[in-house]
Design a protein around this ligand. Structure first.
Ligand code: SF4
Length: 380
């Protein structure tokens, strides 16, 4: 009871001052099947869990009462794993907060994205869908325990377009078992032929508690990974995609507006099991324990940021995108002249073509994005 009161007090503190947040992330942790590499907060889908989950989610949303939002992103897990009536219920729960939203995204898996779900999404104002594709190779999909096959991806994208949702992202993973340069080129060409607006390419991390790890699979060498990224860069930029963030490419003006919130280090609400949020200089994490979540014990931990922490996040996140880091903003917000303080280091990065300046902004080149961690370490 004492813990409950403490958590509520924290939530009240956050809620009272959270009027600057313009983005909302909602986590739906259920999946029909668990992929061998998965390290996300997820649970096997059971209706008996999903029904009370949605009730608790509604309470959490009602508590925050997010308003005047620009973006909503519903991720998972697999939001489309919900049965049709529960899927509709989820959209109805979110509806009071979606008025005026510019970008409203749902994550989906190709096999569970039915025409009925697409039509419901359209009806409730969803205008962007992010598809978990990972690879187009059916043998690899089977090897990592994914339910879909490439033909499901083709069908899902056709149905989305026919249903009036053209703003589609495809997630790909580099370095899966059996991956090769030849298969990566095939993946990219197949995805390009489907005419999507946005492509995310993440490298595989093999976490110790995953099935893939237990099977003995390990991450590929950095050198090979770099060759994969070079292939992605060459093929996608040749096809007019802009490499606007370390792992993300889009056709002009189709950046993920929601994810830009994170990379701009702006505030956002996060609701749902295991979710993170950032409100009023507090980065918080929700519980990953379903029982606690269902009892309304949402919050697990919080990090109250001091200026030093905020500066760290600002540099680390802003340099991920081609928008870059505003040196002027650092002077105004943190009284820090980064260029003067780190002149030799920054000049060296510029000389080696890892960074460049444009107006007041320090920006990464493609080469710089590939060694971003090293750059950030030197700058902080
Ligand atoms: S669909 Fe996504 S969240 Fe679900 S198990 Fe697979 S990788 Fe994890």
């Amino acid at each position: 009871m004492l813990l409950m009161k403490k958590l509520l007090k924290k939530l009240l503190t956050i809620n009272k001052m959270s009027n600057q947040a313009k983005s909302l992330y909602i986590h739906i942790p259920f999946c029909e099947k668990i992929c061998d590499y998965c390290d996300f907060t997820k649970l096997q889908y059971f209706r008996n869990f999903a029904v009370p989950y949605l009730e608790s989610l509604k309470k959490e949303l009602d508590f925050y009462q997010p308003h005047s939002l620009s973006t909503i992103y519903v991720g998972g897990g697999t939001p489309t794993a919900l049965e049709l009536d529960l899927f509709q219920q989820l959209l109805e729960i979110i509806a009071p907060f979606s008025t005026g939203v510019i970008e409203y995204t749902f994550e989906a898996n190709p096999e569970s994205l039915s025409k009925e779900k697409i039509s419901l999404m359209k009806q409730f104002g969803v205008n962007r869908v992010s598809l978990g594709v990972q690879t187009t190779d059916d043998k690899i999909l089977a090897a990592i325990n994914r339910s879909h096959r490439f033909k499901d991806v083709q069908t899902a994208i056709n149905n989305l377009k026919k249903g009036g949702i053209e703003n589609i992202n495809v997630d790909l993973i580099l370095g899966l078992p059996y991956a090769s340069k030849r298969l990566l080129i095939k993946d990219l060409n197949r995805i390009l032929s489907l005419g999507v607006k946005h492509i995310s390419c993440y490298s595989l991390t093999v976490h110790p508690h995953t099935v893939l790890y237990r099977k003995g699979y390990r991450e590929i060498d950095d050198d090979i990974l770099r060759e994969y990224y070079d292939i992605v860069e060459e093929i996608l930029t040749k096809n007019n995609y802009i490499h606007y963030e370390v792992s993300n490419y889009c056709l002009p003006s189709f950046e993920s507006k929601h994810n830009l919130t994170y990379w701009r280090n702006e505030h956002y609400y996060g609701v749902g099991l295991g979710t993170s949020g950032y409100l009023d200089n507090v980065r918080y994490k929700n519980t990953k324990n379903l029982n606690k979540y269902l009892k309304g014990q949402y919050l697990d931990e919080e990090e109250i940021l001091n200026d030093q922490d905020r500066l760290f996040y600002q540099i680390m996140l802003n340099l991920r995108t081609i928008e870059g880091l505003s040196l002027k903003e650092l002077k105004e917000d943190f009284s820090l002249d980064l260029y003067q303080q780190k002149k030799d280091i920054i000049d060296e990065f510029i000389k080696q073509k890892y960074l460049y300046t444009e107006g007041d902004y320090l920006k990464p080149t493609y080469q710089g994005m590939m060694i971003l961690d090293a750059i950030i370490l030197k700058l902080i």
